[in-house]
Structure formats: C-alpha cells, structure tokens
Design a protein around this ligand. Structure first.
Ligand code: E4P
Length: 300
C-alpha cells in the first residue's frame, strides 16, 4: 500500500506532550513510516500473527501461489520487524511467538530466544496463559524483554506482575480493550483497574493499552496514564486529523458496556494462585493460529 501525507502542517506534528508512549499496531514498515511522518515520532510497534498475515508482501506471496513453509513465514516475520526496527523509539517492537493451545512454555521460550536476537529493540510477546507466564518468567531471568498479551482480567495482570518480579527492564502487560467491548463490557475499565492495582507495586510492569478501536479509547488510555498505548494506523491518522486532542481534567469516558469492577488483589502472592485462565485469551490464541495457518494453507 502507498501512503500519502496531506493536510498536516509540520508544526503540528510533534508538539504534543504525552505521558503514554505511542505504538503502531500493525505489520508493515511502510505504514509505520507513514504514521511517523504524521506524528513526527513513533515510540514503538506491536505485531501479532494476524497482523503479519496481513502484511502486503506476505499477502502478495500467498495470492501468487507461493508456498510459504513455516521457516519462510518466520523469515518474513523477521524481515518485517527488521524493517520496522530503526523507525521506532525506545518502546521497541513486540514480536509474538507462534503458539496454539498446546504449545509448551519450553517451545515458546525457544522461539522467544530466537526472535529476541532478530533486532536490538525486541520485546517478546507471550500469551497470558500458564505456559506463556512460565515462558515470560524464564525470559526475564535471561534478560529477554517481554510483553504479556491477550490480557482480559485484573487477575491475569496480577499474575504477570508476580511472575516477572525482579525483571531488570519494564515488563509490558497488554489489556485488550476493544475485544472486551465486543462482549458487552466496558473494556477501558480493565486498563484503569490494572493501573490502580499496579500503583501499589514496584513499578516493574507497564500497562500497554491494546485493541484500541477509537479515539475515545486512546484518550482514556492517556487519561489513566497508561505507560503505553498501541493503536492501528487508521486511529492514529484520525487522531492527527482531529488535531491530536488530549484529555482535559474534565475528560469523561462514555461507558460502552457493563462496568468491570475493581478487585483488591495481593500482588505478593505466588503467580500460580491467580486465576489465569480466560475464555477470551483462548479465543484470541485460536484466532492468531487460524490467521497464521491460513497463510500457510492457502499458499500450498
Ligand atoms: C496488540 O498488541 C494487539 O495484538 C492488538 O491491539 C489487538 O487488536 P484487535 O483486538 O483489534 O485485533
């Protein structure tokens, strides 16, 4: 895809002061470059198997009938993050391991170690499951930066905190706002609740608001001072077109579903004691597997 810059005076591009770091949620270096031109900066990038399957080059290969082996798919992923790597700031690039519901911690860790070596600014994304948390725990002990993804509950975020204590660099936890909204809940509440809970912690876990589908989601993430927020290019483009608004002191978020209540949790518990299983995490893993396999299958 070709992106065109228009109607954005240069003076407006980088004048916004933000607490939250801004990441592009995508899988295409051209798109990241476009957003960077619009905003004047991009702090980081998040990718996942579905976004990689949508990369223009991957789509072109698949539609031209080229049979992608698993090794070739991984090589494409590596090529994509290497192209994005120099474009982003210190929030890095989150690279997701390929995991289905049976993938073990050891298998995830093996991928994580390899992926971490692809670029100097990698964060390895593990799903928020027991196996994913074991892999994350081991990774931080080895100095591998991690982003625990597909987080849909405060209990899961507490488990991320407890499993990664002692990490030398910030650990990201990614609550998925839009996918909670899809189920009739007020997804942003989870971001606010996790921020409130982690305020009692040691600061090693940073909240990365994900599955952002609207400007209101974005503004809420700023409002609760999420350390990071990742949004698709179209949302960041829209935000720029609206003059990069920030939430004022009078910011009010209009709830879109039922409230997600705050829970008092003891962050000092062993991580295995928290309720880690979540139906939406399982569903999310299955969707990533489906999108990843579809590229391989249709290429065959
Ligand atoms: C980012 O890390 C996530 O993979 C992404 O935000 C998911 O967004 P979606 O729910 O719109 O697919």
């Amino acid at each position: 895809m070709t992106y065109a810059l228009k109607n954005f005076p240069a003076t407006e591009k980088s004048s916004v002061r933000l607490i939250s770091k801004i990441l592009v949620d995508g899988g295409d270096a051209e798109e990241t470059r476009y957003v960077k031109d619009l905003l004047g900066f991009v702090d980081g990038q998040t990718t996942n198997p579905s976004l990689i399957a949508k990369n223009p080059e991957v789509k072109r290969l698949v539609s031209s009938g080229h049979s992608l082996t698993e090794e070739e798919e991984i090589a494409e992923y590596r090529k994509i993050v290497r192209a994005i790597s120099p474009l982003v700031g210190d929030a890095g690039i989150s690279i997701e391991v390929f995991a289905d519901l049976d993938t073990t911690a050891q298998q995830m860790l093996k991928q994580g170690r390899e992926m971490f070596a692809w670029i100097p600014n990698a964060y390895i994304k593990y799903p928020c499951t027991s196996e994913g948390l074991k892999a994350a725990q081991r990774s931080v002990a080895e100095g591998i930066r991690v982003n625990v993804t597909l987080c849909f509950s405060q209990q899961q975020a507490a488990a991320v905190y407890a499993a990664t204590k002692g990490a030398k660099t910030p650990v990201y936890v990614s609550p998925f706002v839009g996918r909670l909204d899809d189920t009739g809940q007020n997804g942003v509440d989870l971001v606010g609740n996790i921020k409130r809970m982690l305020a009692k912690g040691d600061g090693h876990v940073h909240v990365l608001a994900a599955s952002i589908r609207s400007i209101q989601h974005l503004l809420y993430a700023f409002h609760v001072k999420a350390e990071l927020v990742t949004a698709p290019a179209r949302i960041l483009e829209q935000w720029t077109k609206e003059g990069m608004p920030l939430p004022g002191d009078d910011f009010v978020y209009k709830a879109v579903g039922s409230e997600i209540l705050y829970q008092e949790l003891d962050l000092e518990q062993p991580w295995e004691r928290f309720k880690i299983q979540h139906a939406l995490t399982r569903k999310g893993i299955q969707k990533f597997v489906e999108d990843y396999r579809a590229t391989l299958r249709s290429a065959g």
